[in-house]
Design a protein around this ligand. Structure first.
Ligand code: GLN
Length: 396
């Protein structure tokens, strides 16, 4: 096409003008182009449990292929409600308070469209998951950031209190968090809950990494705290726990009047989540408790391996409490910034990471960091670690 670039740009809606491809995606493309090992994007390329794969094949063979209700198939919502009661301490009615979404991101989009007006203030902790920030920006929210401070990723309660105003529509919680792995403590969540109640705000909480926890850290859902059942949208999904990031299956849980609106938006945006996969994923609920212990043990081992390689490479790990990412301080490499470090790690060691600035409200906070994802098969992670260890000698 020959049209001048300015003409083409004039077609863009105002709301997408600032939007660019995420560093997560950009680094994956670069990694593929250069044939590197991808510790950038949180792909989680380990096998799906066999029983779930078998159930998927069977659902396809049985032609479970047509639209489901927009809120998802009944037996899956029942299993989700049972899990919410058992694991999250949240009682919900499977008929009116659960919606199966297209990934937890699908639930997040629906929640933001339903409950955030242009100009509303929304509180986001920094570092944040960039997709949360960008979806909120698309909804024209005014963002107020609260900084999480390493090494414990704690926040200053006064800072949080100050960020609430009469315009606050919602606070976004991501626990365990991407990218820093913070697991919000019960005490912290109680404070957030009291501020939500005081200011009439909603809590939108993305708990997709809820089963991946290290050491003594335990998962607490803000939706289980007294007074929060009416004002919390809890989002989770199957992607990370069962290694199926490409299946795009998540769910949202909350009070019936709120979920009715999320259901309507889920219908409008997606019609429903993929039906054969909804049938298949029910098998995941039959996995024994040992599956989840093994998941944590495996990730703890992978984390340790990645940290040891970072140490040897002169990169300082900033320890996560959960999830499967590691923010690491690259100042020891003596490079100018995070982008140069990510390019260096990919170019010299063939290992992709994500530049730290993409996760922070103030880019300065991430200038000397990269994010590494260790949700890889052991063989690939071992090779990536071997390459990382070798960069000491490859430094410019
Ligand atoms: N949640 C994953 C990450 O942070 C994947 C996101 C994505 O593919 N855009 O890397």
């Amino acid at each position: 096409m020959k049209s001048p670039e300015n003409l083409l740009k004039s077609f863009f809606a105002e709301r997408i003008k600032g939007l660019v491809q995420s560093d997560i995606r950009r680094m994956s493309r670069e990694c593929e182009r250069l044939g590197g090992i991808n510790l950038g994007q949180g792909i989680c390329d380990q096998p799906v449990p066999d029983s779930v794969k078998e159930a998927a094949k069977s659902a396809i063979d049985r032609d479970r292929s047509i639209y489901s209700k927009f809120e998802g198939i009944d037996p899956l919502r029942e299993r989700i409600a049972a899990k919410m009661a058992d694991y999250n301490g949240i009682r919900c009615d499977p008929d009116r308070e659960v919606v199966v979404t297209v990934g937890s991101t699908g639930g997040f989009v629906a929640a933001c469209l339903a409950f955030v007006e242009p100009g509303d203030e929304v509180i986001l902790f920094s570092p944040f998951y960039g997709y949360h920030r960008n979806i909120l920006s698309l909804c024209e929210a005014t963002l107020r950031f609260v900084t999480l401070h390493p090494p414990n990723w704690s926040f200053d309660p006064a800072d949080l209190e100050r960020s609430f105003t009469e315009k606050t529509a919602a606070v976004i919680i991501n626990t365990p968090s991407n990218p820093c792995g913070k697991v919000f403590s019960r005490q912290e969540l109680i404070l957030i809950a009291s501020l939500c109640q005081k200011h009439g705000a909603l809590a939108i909480t993305d708990e997709i990494y809820e089963y991946i926890l290290y050491g003594e850290h335990r998962h607490v859902s803000i939706g289980s705290l007294p007074g929060m059942e009416e004002r919390t949208i809890t989002l989770s999904g199957f992607s990370k726990t069962y290694n199926m990031t490409g299946w795009r299956l998540g769910y949202a849980v909350g009070a019936a009047p709120l979920m009715e609106k999320i259901g309507l938006l889920n219908d409008l945006l997606y019609i429903c989540a993929p039906t054969p996969l909804q049938h298949a994923v029910m098998a995941a609920f039959d996995l024994p408790p040992s599956y989840y212990d093994q998941l944590c043990a495996d990730y703890a081992r992978k984390l340790e391996m990645t940290c040891a390689a970072c140490d040897e490479a002169g990169i300082r790990p900033l320890l996560p409490q959960g999830a499967y990412y590691l923010l690491a301080d690259i100042s020891g490499l003596g490079l100018s910034d995070d982008k140069e470090a990510a390019n260096f790690l990919l170019g010299r060691a063939g290992v992709a990471s994500v530049p730290g600035t993409s996760f922070y409200a103030d880019p300065e906070d991430g200038r000397q960091q990269v994010r590494l994802c260790f949700a890889k098969q052991d063989g690939d992670l071992e090779e990536a670690c071997r390459r990382l260890r070798g960069i000491r000698t490859a430094r410019p």
